[in-house]
Design a protein around this ligand. Structure first.
Ligand code: C2E
Ligand code: CA
Ligand code: CA
Length: 692
């Protein structure tokens, strides 16, 4: 025998060599054991202690029954078997080698803990790979599909066999980006890429996916492939779209709403700035929509809005946008115009479309609209200026008698600024008590006796000038200041009435005008009651004048208020009767005493007004209502009224509205004999023509 050096060993050397060989099993770090057929442990090396303590046995004793069976099976079959034993976190593989000739088996153990851990981990990864809801696609360096998971198949509707080896399709990026991003290039450069893309399913359908691509590299940094993880975001996008619709579209008409309008106008303005084209913004407001709504109900109002919306949209080009700003207000953006005249042509076309009769709930409804036009860049360079200009132009179209079209002009801005300034001055005037009442007598047509006084507000400025209500009431109505003005007048009149009453001068009644904005307030009746309480004015001497239009508007709530006023003892009159909707039918339901026949009929007495005035007075009488003819300016009119049996009259013929001290003189007299005045349109005596 030669050792590594080639020296021959002497026989004397043999004994230590055998001894050292005998130690070999104990030096082995792996367990080595021997079992007899009946499971008696014949031998165990040192490294077997783990097994022995696990089996709770020792050399000479039996191993657990399952191992007895293993020993027998191995011996009977004469085959090498493998068994695994898990002890705590360790895994030991035992190779069972039967030695049938000797009747025992040898067990050679191997610690496979690490290998099993790796395998477990791989199994876990494989499970995750198969069970995640995201689709996974693994690509090689040439972007050929190497592996896909179950979710991939579920999402794309393609089988693994179909796609393996296929080149991954170039994906179309999602909605936001305009250019195709270099997905693979940027993933390779930056390590990963994420974004929204469109992919095709097996059946050809496009669907949106959220994709993240991770580049794989070799340890040397060479690109070796990609892992693509994606999810189908169809549902998410649908939800997003629904939300967007809800936030940007009007649910009633399906048109874009105010928010969408702003977005689109912004966009259109940017384009116009670039191309230098003219852009027109039309602001459309229906003229008598509120009447439809109030008289025919909200259902009919909604139908009308839908019809109008459809007609507007049907009358413009694809590139034009119609939006509903709310209520009965619409806007149209005309982004590509050659000339300003084009805008007017289109506006007239829209007006014609809107005014076509509409069939709603079996009725034919006619509605008109007022349209304001603002042009970019002339009338505004940004969204809000342009919108303000179009709105102002619409307002002026309305003022000019409705159902018309108007272009914006610079004057309108000045006019709007003046209105604002006037509001400020009205506020100061309220503070410094510049609002006072003038009084105009109402006279018995037969004998000229003063039956009442109508209070008419005046603004007596610090400089002594006196302004009539037409100069400030429209603005005060709009700003809401009419409420304070109205309360001021009511208090003044009641206080004055108490004073006249004390001196035995109080006529049958004092009339106070009430604006619709006052009546619509829920606390209006409380206000009247407290003014009566505060001043001590007898309620049955107060008459409130309401206009028809505010009564036609909302029924039950208004009716309740009127009933309450009646129950206080206050009487009610309808002012300017006949000037607006003139409906006798609803009059029957209202707790009113008196009709004031509109001035226009009296003034028209010469040509046709006579018949109408006569008819109104006759019907009033048949309904048990008293009548007052307003605006009587001459003896002829007075005589005609007497002939018709009109009980009361009021007008310049009898007396202009006068300050309280002059009214007092009239009351002291008690009777008025009329005196002809110049026909209407003369400047009011107290109005020096200085428009506020
Ligand atoms: P109104 O209630 O119809 O008042 C009658 C208006 O006709 C008054 O104008 C009066 O001066 C005028 N008038 C009277 N007789 C004649 C006449 O023979 N010929 C002509 N051409 N006009 C005549 P005024 O004072 O300028 O008031 C205008 C309107 O302002 C009133 O119309 C009323 O609607 C409103 N108003 C007046 N005072 C108040 C008030 O205190 N509160 C509210 N809310 N409105 C008021
Ligand atoms: Ca009046
Ligand atoms: Ca009137």
């Amino acid at each position: 025998m030669r050792d590594a050096t080639g020296d021959r060993h002497s026989l004397d050397d043999t004994v230590p060599v055998l001894e050292s060989i005998a130690q070999l099993p104990d030096e082995d770090p792996n367990p080595v054991l021997r079992l007899s057929r009946d499971g008696t442990l014949l031998y165990a090396n040192r490294a077997s202690w783990v097994l022995l303590s696990h089996w709770q046995t020792q050399v000479g004793s039996r191993v657990p029954p399952s191992w007895v069976l293993t020993a027998q099976r191995a011996l009977d079959q004469g085959e090498v078997l493998e068994e695994e034993v898990r002890i705590a976190f360790k895994t030991i593989l035992l190779v069972v080698v039967p030695i049938p000739t000797r009747g025992y088996i040898n067990l050679y153990g191997l610690d496979v803990t690490r290998r099993r851990q790796v395998e477990d981990k791989l199994r876990l990864i494989a499970q995750v790979f198969e069970n995640v809801t995201e689709g996974i696609m693994i690509l090689d360096g040439d972007r050929r599909i190497v592996e896909v998971n179950r979710a991939f198949c579920a999402i794309t509707g393609r089988t693994r066999e179909e796609v393996l080896g296929e080149q991954a399709t170039p994906l179309t990026p999602g909605t936001t980006e305009r250019e195709t991003p270099d997905i693979w290039g940027s993933a390779a450069r930056q390590g990963s890429w994420q974004g929204e893309v469109w992919d095709r399913r097996g059946n050809g359908d496009l669907y949106p996916q959220w994709l993240s691509v991770t580049a794989l590299t070799s340890p040397a940094g060479e690109p070796t492939g990609f892992i693509c993880l994606f999810s189908d975001i169809t549902a998410k996008k649908d939800a997003e779209r629904r939300l967007y619709r809800m936030a940007h579209y009007d649910s009633l008409t399906g048109l874009g709403n105010r928010r969408r309008f702003h977005d689109l106008l912004d966009h259109a303005l940017k384009n116009a700035r670039r191309t230098g084209e003219i852009l027109a913004l039309l602001f459309i407001d229906l003229d008598t929509f509120k009447m439809v709504n109030d008289n025919l109900g909200h259902g009919a109002g909604d139908s009308l809005l839908r019809i109008v919306a459809g007609r507007l949209e049907g009358s413009v080009r694809e590139s034009d946008t119609v939006a509903r700003m709310g209520g009965d207000e619409f806007t149209v953006i005309l982004p590509h115009l050659q000339t300003a005249e084009n805008a007017e042509q289109i506006a007239r076309k829209l007006l014609a479309a809107v005014t076509e009769p509409a069939a709603i709930e079996g009725k034919e409804i006619f509605i008109t609209a007022s349209i304001g036009i603002a042009l970019y860049p002339r009338d505004g360079a940004d969204t809000s200026t342009l919108l303000r200009s179009a709105d102002a132009a619409m307002y002026h179209a309305k003022q000019r008698g409705r159902n018309g079209v108007r272009f914006f002009s610079r004057d309108m801005n000045r006019w709007a600024a003046r209105r604002l300034a006037l509001q400020t001055r009205i506020r100061r005037a309220l503070e410094s008590r510049e609002f006072i009442a003038y009084y105009q007598p109402v006279v018995d047509v037969v004998d000229g006796r003063i039956t009442g006084l109508e209070a008419l507000v005046r603004w007596r400025r610090g400089d002594g000038k006196v302004l009539g209500p037409d100069l400030f009431i429209p603005v005060a109505e709009q700003s809401g200041q009419i409420n304070e003005i109205g309360e001021t007048v009511l208090r003044l009149v009641c206080a004055q009435g108490v004073e006249w009453n004390r001196r035995g001068l109080l006529p049958g009644r004092l009339d106070v005008n009430v604006s619709s904005r006052q009546l619509w307030r829920s606390d209006f009746t409380d206000l009247v009651e407290s003014v009566l309480d505060d001043t001590g004015f007898p309620a049955n001497r107060l008459e409130l004048e309401l206009t028809e239009s505010m009564l036609i508007v909302d029924s039950s709530e208004t009716l309740e208020k009127l009933e309450r006023l009646r129950s206080l003892g206050v009487s009610l009159a309808i002012d300017d009767f006949g000037s607006k909707y003139s409906s006798f039918t609803y009059l029957r339901r209202l707790p009113v005493e008196r009709l004031k026949v509109d001035r226009s009929f009296i003034q028209d007495m010469g040509n046709g007004g006579r018949e109408i005035t006569g008819a109104i007075i006759a019907v009033a009488r048949s309904l048990g209502l008293a009548a007052v003819a307003e605006g009587v300016e001459n003896a002829e009119q007075m005589a005609a009224l007497a002939g018709m049996g009109c009980p009361e009259a009021q007008g310049y013929f009898l007396s202009r509205p006068v300050p309280s001290d002059a009214a007092e003189s009239l009351l002291e007299n008690g009777f008025i004999v009329g005196r002809d005045v110049a026909p209407a349109r003369t400047v009011f005596m107290e109005d020096d023509g200085d428009r506020a």
